[in-house]
Design a protein around this ligand. Structure first.
Ligand SMILES: [Zn+2]
Length: 204
């Protein structure tokens, strides 16, 4: 398989936290993942009264920044040095790009969302704000938050690649509305979603 995935931290998002998640995603995909230099927090969608951003315009502006963001690092099982004189492998256009932000996002008629996906443009934004125990006034649990980010990323990756949701409970493509649902999911795809993802059978 040759599924090129880029992951981009946004604003003050800790790059090491994003890299740790990227390493886990690369392991699930058995494929290296490209990390790009951080994007700046979009002004688009800013709602100061709510202390949140509207997810759709936020993602749209991030997408516009993408061409200006150089590759920071390539992580994963096949992250081998590029031969001299060759363009870096990570510099090739990603098929799916995931932005990771600590800004709280919402969509109209919601209090807040975990992220947003633009399947047509093959991009998604994930917010860690509601994945952290601190948001719910509970004791910090970084490992738990990271696992949630990985699962959300696997789901967003599938959707951004055109995969439908899955009814299999042991699959990252299972539709999840709540944090508890996300916690129940595994950090992997079921056999049929894996086949769709790797063959591009459901690509839009
Ligand atoms: Zn599945």
């Amino acid at each position: 398989m040759d599924l090129r995935v880029a992951i981009v931290p946004v604003g003050r998002m800790d790059p090491s936290e994003v890299e740790a998640a990227a390493a886990r995603i690369a392991k699930v995909l058995n494929q290296s993942v490209t990390l790009r230099q951080p994007a700046t927090v979009p002004k688009a969608g800013d709602d100061p009264a709510r202390g949140q951003h509207v997810a759709g315009p936020f993602l749209g502006e991030l997408r516009g920044q993408l061409v200006r963001l150089p590759v920071a690092k390539v992580v994963g099982p096949q992250a081998v040095p590029d031969p001299p004189g060759q363009p870096a492998a990570g510099a090739t256009a990603a098929q799916v790009t995931l932005f990771v932000t600590d800004v709280d996002l919402y969509k109209p008629q919601t209090d807040g969302v975990f992220g947003d996906i633009d399947a047509t443009a093959h991009v998604a934004v994930l917010s860690v704000r509601r994945l952290r125990e601190a948001f719910y006034k509970r004791k910090a649990d970084p490992a738990k938050a990271r696992g949630r980010l990985v699962k959300l990323a696997l789901y967003a990756l599938g959707r951004a690649r055109g995969l439908p949701e899955c009814n299999e409970r042991a699959c990252a493509m299972l539709a999840t509305a709540s944090l508890a649902d996300i916690d129940m999911k595994p950090e992997k795809y079921c056999a049929s979603c894996w086949r769709r993802l790797t063959t591009g059978a459901y690509r839009i």
